[in-house]
Design a protein around this ligand. Structure first.
Ligand SMILES: *Cc1c(COP(=O)(O)O)cnc(C)c1O
Length: 393
C-alpha cells in the first residue's frame, strides 16, 4: 500500500491543508527511535522535561495534559471535566468547527446557547457580552470560543471575550479551542484568563495527527471537583497525578512525544515571536495574491484574518472542489476543502507550520495555474504580487 506519495518520482507532494500540515524531516527522524518502556526510569525523566518545556508554547505556568487523541478528544475532555448535565454553554458559531463542538456539547447532555455569525468575521464579542450581561442568575456555566476558525480563516479575539466576561462580572468558565492556532499565531493561556485551552498536534505544532492537549486554570480544576458529566478516559485527576512523576495513567503515544519534544525545540530555536512574524508575512503575501487575482477571501474583516490559512471564495457558478481536484491531478498539491455551508464555495490555502517562502510561492503558483486551467475568472499576477511582497519583506 503506497501511503507515502501520490506519485513516484515527480518531486515532493505539496500538502497545503490547514492541518495536517507538513512535518519537518527533523521531527520525522525524532520518531524513528525505539519505543521506550513507558514505566521505566528514563521515561519519567524524559516526560518531566517535556511537560516543563511545553508550557512556554501555551504561555502558561499551569500543567499541560496530553492525550493520545485527535483534537476532538480534547474538546470532549474540556467539557466533561468542567460541566454537569443540563449546564448552559454559550457558544459562538464562527464556522464549521464551532458547529461541531456545539453538536458534541448537545450529545453530552449540555445545553448550548448559540450566537450565530456570518462565518466571515470570527466570534461576535458584543453579542457574547450582551448575553452575559443579561444572565443575572448565572445560568451560563461556560463560554466556548474557537480561537482560529479553520473552516473560514477568521480568528476570534480571546482577550476581548475575557474582557466581556469581566465587564459582566460573570463567573462562567472560558473554554478556548486553539487547535489550529497554537504554534502559528500568538496564544496566551494565562494572560488571557482562559480556563480550559484545547489544542492538537497536527497543525501549528508540525506533528502528525494523534496528540491533543488541555490546559486547565485553577478555577477549572475547582469546577472539575464537582462537575457531574460522566468521565473516565478523559478525567484530568489521574492524568495530573501520573504526570506529576513523569508518567501517564495509560500507555502514551511514546514516539509522538519524541516528535513533540523536537518540534518544541524547533519553535524555541526560531523563537515564538519570529514564528508568528513568519506566519504573518506568509499570510499577507497570500492575501495580496488573492486580491490581485480579483478573488475574495472568506474572512471579510481584515483585522480578524487568520495567519494560519486563507479561505478563498470561488466566483458564483464555479466549483471549488473541481478546482482542488484539478490542482491535485495536474500539480500534485492538496488544498483544504469547504466545510459545512461552505462546501464547494471556498478552497483553503494552509500557510502554517513548517513552510518556507519558496514553498509558499510554489503553493500560490499552483493555485494560479489551477485557476487558469479551470477557466475560473481571475486576473493573472497574484503570484507576482506575493513575490514582490516577499522580496521586500
Ligand atoms: C482541526 C480542528 C479541530 C478538530 O480536530 P481533530 O484533530 O480533527 O479532531 C477542531 N477545531 C479546530 C479549530 C480545528 O482546526
Amino acid at each position: 500500500m503506497a501511503y507515502f506519495t501520490t506519485r513516484p518520482s515527480t518531486g515532493a507532494h505539496f500538502l497545503q491543508l490547514p492541518g495536517p500540515s507538513n512535518v519537518p524531516d527533523r521531527v520525522l527522524r525524532a520518531m524513528d527511535h525505539a519505543t521506550m518502556d513507558h514505566r521505566g526510569a528514563d521515561f519519567g525523566v524524559f516526560t518531566t522535561q517535556l511537560l516543563g518545556k511545553l508550557k512556554a508554547v501555551f504561555k502558561t505556568e499551569r500543567p499541560v495534559m496530553i492525550y493520545p487523541a485527535s483534537g476532538t478528544g480534547a474538546w470532549e475532555a474540556a467539557l466533561v471535566n468542567t460541566l454537569s448535565p443540563g449546564d448552559v454553554v454559550l457558544m459562538c458559531r464562527t464556522g464549521w468547527f464551532a458547529h461541531l463542538w456545539q453538536e458534541m456539547a448537545q450529545r453530552l447532555g449540555l445545553v448550548p446557547e448559540f450566537i450565530d455569525t456570518d462565518w466571515r468575521s470570527g466570534a461576535d464579542v458584543a453579542a457574547i457580552g450582551a448575553a452575559l450581561a443579561a444572565d443575572a442568575s448565572h445560568r451560563i456555566k461556560a463560554v466556548a470560543v474557537v480561537h482560529n476558525e479553520t473552516s473560514t480563516g477568521c480568528t476570534s479575539d480571546i482577550a476581548a471575550v475575557r474582557a466581556a466576561l469581566d465587564a459582566a462580572r460573570h463567573p462562567a468558565l472560558l473554554l478556548v479551542d486553539t487547535i489550529s492556532g497554537l504554534g502559528s499565531i500568538d496564544y496566551r493561556h494565562d494572560e488571557w484568563g482562559v480556563d480550559v485551552t484545547v489544542s492538537g498536534s497536527q497543525k501549528g505544532l508540525m506533528l502528525p495527527p494523534g496528540l491533543s492537549f488541555n490546559v486547565a486554570s485553577a478555577k477549572a480544576m475547582e469546577a472539575s471537583r464537582t462537575a457531574r458529566l460522566q468521565r473516565s478516559y478523559w478525567d484530568w485527576a489521574p492524568m495530573l497525578a501520573a504526570n506529576a512523576t513523569g508518567y501517564f495513567p495509560s500507555t502514551p503515544a511514546t514516539n509522538l512525544l519524541y516528535a513533540l519534544d523536537t518540534a518544541i525545540d524547533m519553535l524555541m530555536e526560531e523563537g515564538l515571536e519570529n514564528v508568528f512574524a513568519r506566519h504573518d508575512r506568509f499570510a499577507e503575501a497570500t492575501r495580496r495574491a488573492v486580491s490581485a487575482w480579483g478573488l475574495e477571501t472568506q474572512c471579510a474583516v481584515p483585522a480578524r484574518a487568520s495567519n494560519v490559512l486563507t479561505a478563498v471564495r470561488v466566483p458564483e457558478g464555479h466549483s471549488a472542489d473541481a478546482l482542488r481536484a484539478a490542482i491535485v491531478e495536474k500539480f500534485d498539491m492538496s488544498l483544504g476543502n469547504g466545510l459545512g455551508q461552505l462546501k464547494d464555495r471556498v478552497f483553503r490555502i494552509g500557510h502554517l507550520g513548517h513552510l518556507s517562502p519558496l514553498q509558499l510561492v510554489g503553493t500560490l503558483g499552483g493555485v494560479e495555474m489551477g485557476l487558469r486551467a479551470c477557466n475560473i475568472p481571475h486576473r493573472p499576477g497574484g503570484t507576482q504580487a506575493a513575490l514582490e511582497y516577499l522580496a521586500g519583506n
